[in-house]
Design a protein around this ligand. Structure first.
Ligand SMILES: [Zn+2]
Ligand SMILES: [Zn+2]
Length: 369
């Protein structure tokens, strides 16, 4: 909290140094002084309306920052955890949202990587220290000083948002804004999990649970790795979608796939499925657990579930390299993205629908054109 507050204090000072005239020199962009934005005022159950709409200053970008006009912001389950207080408060009254697709309307003086008018994305990871042992070895996802959009800093449930240009993403062509938004969290995290599963070209991959992240990951495994994908999920609708996307087989979550697996990813937050998936692995196979939350894992039986060098791995956030590699891949292979749009001013309804499993595909908030 204090570190975040300190960072924000610094940003405030830097912001005053960035000139709005810079923007107008490059192109006529009309930026209002204030905006209506969502704020998690009282974290608690979504039925009790923990978010309110407030009038706030439009932030000005610091030296190395971009000001993004938000066109679409995806709605992620993590936003629900922020609103409901499952995640501890890092910034009081935070604006949620970390799947932001928009255009650059202003940039700090030090920014050279983006220009006014560029399409850009803001994702969950927004800051790492760059100096710790994890950062230095390319594992910035493990940095203890990492900060996250829509939790440590205000996110995209708003008409405008700022981001450090080094953490903003260039977005692939061939997608509209609504289809891009879910790629920025569900897509990137699923790709990280796929890498952690050690899948090799032509390998046999099991996917347990088939929601927003899994349905993108399955497409990547097929298109980029030529994998044979087996989907194991309780949802009949999800099994139908999996078949449409070209997987080899579908079955119930506790069923056995028709062949041993070289790699598996557990997307369902159900610890009981860990031994089930471990037994489905071939010798030397790897199970990656994709979620932040998992119910307790039952006792594992060494001989049946771990021996023969089977491995169990967790997945924690992602690096910027994961994000860039995934978005480049999404540019090479067109991914089918199912979305359910809501106007920005109905973000609370979108989160309530997500909580009640009333969303087909990924919910996205669409700002004013
Ligand atoms: Zn997310
Ligand atoms: Zn670090």
């Amino acid at each position: 909290m204090s570190a975040a507050a300190l960072t924000w204090g610094l940003c405030g000072r830097l912001r005053r140094r960035a000139s709005r005239l810079d923007t107008r020199e490059t192109g006529p962009v009309d930026i209002p002084g204030t905006m209506r934005t969502w704020s998690v005022a009282r974290p608690g159950p979504i039925a009790g309306f923990p978010m309110v709409r407030v009038e706030r200053q439009v932030p000005q970008p610091g030296d190395g920052e971009l000001l993004i006009r938000v066109r679409v912001c995806g709605v992620c389950r993590t936003d629900l955890h922020v609103a409901e207080g499952d995640l501890p408060v890092h910034r009081a009254g935070v604006t949620p949202g970390h799947e932001v697709v928009g255009s650059v309307v202003a940039a700090g003086a030090a920014v050279t990587s983006f220009a006014i008018g560029d399409r850009a994305g803001i994702a969950w990871l927004r800051h790492t220290c760059g100096r710790c042992r994890y950062c230095l070895r390319g594992s910035e996802n493990l940095c203890a000083a990492s900060q996250y959009t829509g939790w440590d800093a205000d996110g995209g449930y708003a008409p405008y948002a700022v981001v450090d240009a080094r953490y903003a993403y260039r977005l692939p062509d061939g997608y509209d804004d609504t289809a891009l938004a879910p790629l920025l969290c569900a897509g990137i995290i699923g790709f990280r999990a796929l890498r952690r599963s050690g899948l090799q070209p032509g390998g046999r991959l099991g996917i347990y649970g088939f929601g927003g992240s899994a349905h993108l990951t399955a497409q990547v495994a097929i298109a980029e790795y030529g994998a044979r994908v087996h989907v194991l999920t309780r949802s009949a609708d999800a099994r139908r979608l999996a078949v449409e996307l070209g997987v080899e087989s579908v079955a119930g979550a506790y069923d056995s796939p028709p062949e041993p697996l070289d790699a598996a990813i557990l997307f369902a937050p159900v610890g009981d499925l860990v031994p089930v998936a471990m037994r489905a692995l071939d010798r030397g196979g790897i199970l990656a657990v994709a979620g932040i939350h998992l119910s307790d894992v039952p006792t594992l039986h060494y001989q049946d579930e771990l021996f023969y060098e089977r491995e169990l791995r967790s997945v924690t956030s992602n690096t910027r390299r994961d994000g860039r590699d995934f978005l480049a891949l999404a540019g090479r292979h067109h991914l089918e993205v199912t979305t359910q749009p809501y106007p920005l001013d109905q973000a609370d309804r979108a989160l309530a629908d997500l909580a009640a499993d009333r969303v087909t595909g990924a919910a996205v908030l669409v700002g004013e054109p």
